[in-house]
Design a protein around this ligand. Structure first.
Ligand code: HEC
Length: 237
């Protein structure tokens, strides 16, 4: 009986932990190394992305930035415009008017405006689909990457990146960065990465909440199960 309870509890806990820990896997691998002015290689620590799916204003702003600055080159082929309207609580008419850059059907997925093959010949690398980018690299990696562009006259587009050395992507947020203070720019990029994390797993917040209650339920269940166990064995021992 004891072993049965233990293995059952183990199973439940395992499942609950998977529910809560899902996205932690990709993170933690750091944000690469860079060579400083003295020619010494330094480790670059990731900055923490401000992820908060309950902040609809942040997600909406992130969607706006993504559609205006990123969807020209990158697709997000698992995300439908209609889902953005529903989950982010944006009226469909506004999505149609302001957020649908590459299609006129609200049920369509986000496709890139420019053919990836043509872009590969322009930039030397095709821009990857970004639906699952935060799952692949981690939220913090993507956040740090977008904050780590710097001027480099030796690169074809005049910019390089600390996280992804010799990145083929131009510094597309350059104009935005010039106009804003450092904090404002970080906050805009934070909203953008919050939206990208939502694209990667729209149910993430629900999963974490459910995971918490599953653990709580198991902990509470432990009390009657423990007492029952004692009761059953009372006369046997
Ligand atoms: C002008 C076209 C263009 C635009 C606009 C653009 N990108 Fe890119 N992006 C690229 C290319 C090309 C690559 C491939 C870079 C490489 O492999 O070096 C890339 C790579 C990336 C990567 C790294 C992928 C990886 O895992 O290696 C991320 C993240 C990314 N882009 C995010 C964005 C975001 C967010 C935006 C909007 C703010 C954006 N990009 C706008 C062309 C673009």
């Amino acid at each position: 009986m004891n072993t049965l309870i233990k293995s059952l509890a183990g199973l439940g806990l395992g499942a609950a932990l998977t529910l809560t820990a899902g996205t932690a896997m990709a993170e933690g691998s750091g944000c690469g190394t860079f060579t400083n002015a003295d020619g010494v290689d330094e480790h670059l620590a990731c900055s923490t992305a401000p992820i908060d799916f309950t902040n609809k204003g942040s997600l909406q702003n992130g969607a706006k930035i993504f559609m205006n600055y990123c969807a020209g080159c990158h697709s997000a082929k698992y995300v439908r415009h209609s889902r953005i309207a529903k989950d982010l609580e944006i009226p469909p008419e506004l999505v149609e008017k302001y957020l649908m850059v590459t299609t006129d059907q609200i049920g369509d997925h986000i496709t890139a405006e420019i053919d990836p093959d043509i872009q590969a010949s322009w930039f030397g690398a095709a821009p990857p689909d970004l639906s699952l980018e935060t799952r692949l690299r981690g939220d913090d990696w993507v956040y740090t990457y977008l904050l780590s562009f710097y001027e480099d006259p030796n690169r074809p587009w005049g910019a390089n990146n600390l996280v992804l050395k010799n990145a083929a992507m131009p510094h597309v947020l350059h104009n935005m960065q010039e106009k804003l203070s450092a904090e404002e720019f970080e906050s805009e990029v934070g909203d953008l990465v919050n939206f990208m994390a939502w694209m990667g797993e729209p149910a993430r917040h629900d999963r974490q909440v459910i995971g918490f209650f599953v653990i709580l339920f198991l902990l509470v269940l432990l009390i009657p199960v423990y007492l029952l166990n004692k009761e059953f064995w009372k006369d046997v021992k």
